[in-house]
Design a protein around this ligand. Structure first.
Ligand SMILES: Cc1cc2nc3c(=O)[nH]c(=O)nc-3n(C[C@H](O)[C@H](O)[C@H](O)COP(=O)(O)OP(=O)(O)OC[C@H]3O[C@@H](n4cnc5c(N)ncnc54)[C@H](O)[C@@H]3O)c2cc1C
Length: 324
């Protein structure tokens, strides 16, 4: 079975992995080498289905719960199962209650328990929600590792579009590039930045609630932190705006004042591809299969969706033409 996977973001690589594991001869084509065109490169890497349930439908929790296990099987040793901490400044305690009312799978923590989990935050917050079953990973590390592992397994990576006639199936995983051709697909812009400081140490993603600008800080190790992310209904893919930069920096500072002296290492903006229900679709039309609409859940849901795409390649009749 010869399969062409178009796009080497998290969708394309997880599909390629699922197909290669089942014995397909896989070629991955992507014009942008080194992940520079992939929203996946900018992601936080949070595997947080219980927190996401605050605004996502139940299917995100159902399909995302075993994401840490699925990632562990693909990139052993890269999944950190330290949970998620959710905080709110004293004036926004109502936000914490609201978040608790819309989610499950958490424990309330007091000031002392917060300090035990994250000593850098000692004395800064009175209450928190802790989601112990959540996990995170470093997207750049796992994407690189996944691609390198696929090359070792014989998957071919090319930066040109080959003749599609040479393949039994084509799996389109080109993300936001499909927006213009897909009426129900839209882009949701996400801006982020990387800060470096030796003054703060965190073991897990920390979400800081705010009525207008909820943000998160994800530790990458060695004093590096990813701060994200805006959610803007636009397909504008240009650099981060001054307003977004200020808001993200303000939130990092509210989490810990030492972030004021951090070095801004990088800023970026990516377009999350999303359908109207913000849930991904795996669809087949003839020999063309598409996986798209991963929205803000690319790392959370791609492994499960990739398995569905592989089912459509190998068992087209039993799997049906639409799986979401
Ligand atoms: C700031 C930010 C933070 C995020 N944080 C998280 C998070 O913490 N957890 C989580 O689960 N998700 C997160 N997401 C969401 C996640 O990043 C996306 O859902 C995911 O990246 C979408 O993956 P994709 O493979 O569909 O698209 P992409 O990663 O954009 O990959 C598409 C690829 O297709 C290629 N391509 C385009 N046109 C063609 C063509 N004609 N032929 C071949 N290839 C082509 C592109 O070059 C690109 O490499 C975040 C997103 C952003 C922007």
């Amino acid at each position: 079975m010869r399969v062409l996977v178009k796009g080497a973001g998290v969708a394309g690589l997880t599909v390629a992995h699922a197909l290669a594991a089942r014995g397909a001869a896989v070629t991955v084509s992507d014009p942008s080498c080194g992940f520079s065109g992939a929203a996946s490169w900018l992601a936080g890497g949070m595997l947080a289905p219980w927190c996401e349930r605050e605004s996502a439908n139940e299917a995100v929790l159902r399909e995302g719960q075993d994401a840490p296990d699925r990632w562990e099987a693909m990139v052993p040793g890269d999944v950190k199962r330290n949970g998620t901490l959710v905080l709110a400044p004293a004036r926004d305690q109502g936000e914490l209650k609201r978040f608790a009312g819309r989610t499950t799978g958490y424990e309330w923590l007091d000031e002392q328990q917060i300090a035990t989990l994250e000593p850098s935050l000692a004395g800064r917050f009175r209450q928190a929600l802790f989601f112990p079953r959540e996990a995170h990973l470093n997207p750049r590390r796992v994407l690189t590792k996944l691609r390198d592992g696929l090359i070792v397994r014989g998957v071919r990576f090319i930066d040109i579009l080959p003749d599609e006639q040479d393949f039994d199936h084509i799996v389109d995983c080109t993300g936001a590039a499909r927006i213009a051709e897909t009426a129900s697909l839209r882009g949701v812009r996400g801006e982020m930045l990387y800060l470096r400081t030796a003054e703060v140490r965190l073991e897990r993603p920390v979400r800081l609630l705010h009525p207008r600008i909820p943000v998160y800080v994800v530790p990458r190790g060695d004093g590096l932190f990813m701060v994200g992310a805006t959610m803007i209904e636009t397909e504008f893919a240009g650099p981060i705006t001054a307003r977004s930069l200020m808001e993200l920096l303000n939130a990092a500072y509210a989490l810990h004042p030492a972030f004021a002296d951090a070095v801004v290492v990088e800023t970026g903006a990516g377009i999350r591809p999303a359908f109207l229900d913000n849930f991904p679709r795996v669809e087949r039309r003839g020999k063309l299969i598409s996986l798209n609409g991963l929205y803000r859940h690319g790392f959370l849901l791609a492994p499960a969706m990739a398995a569905k795409a592989a089912d459509l390649v190998f068992d087209p009749d039993t799997a049906g033409g639409h799986a979401s």
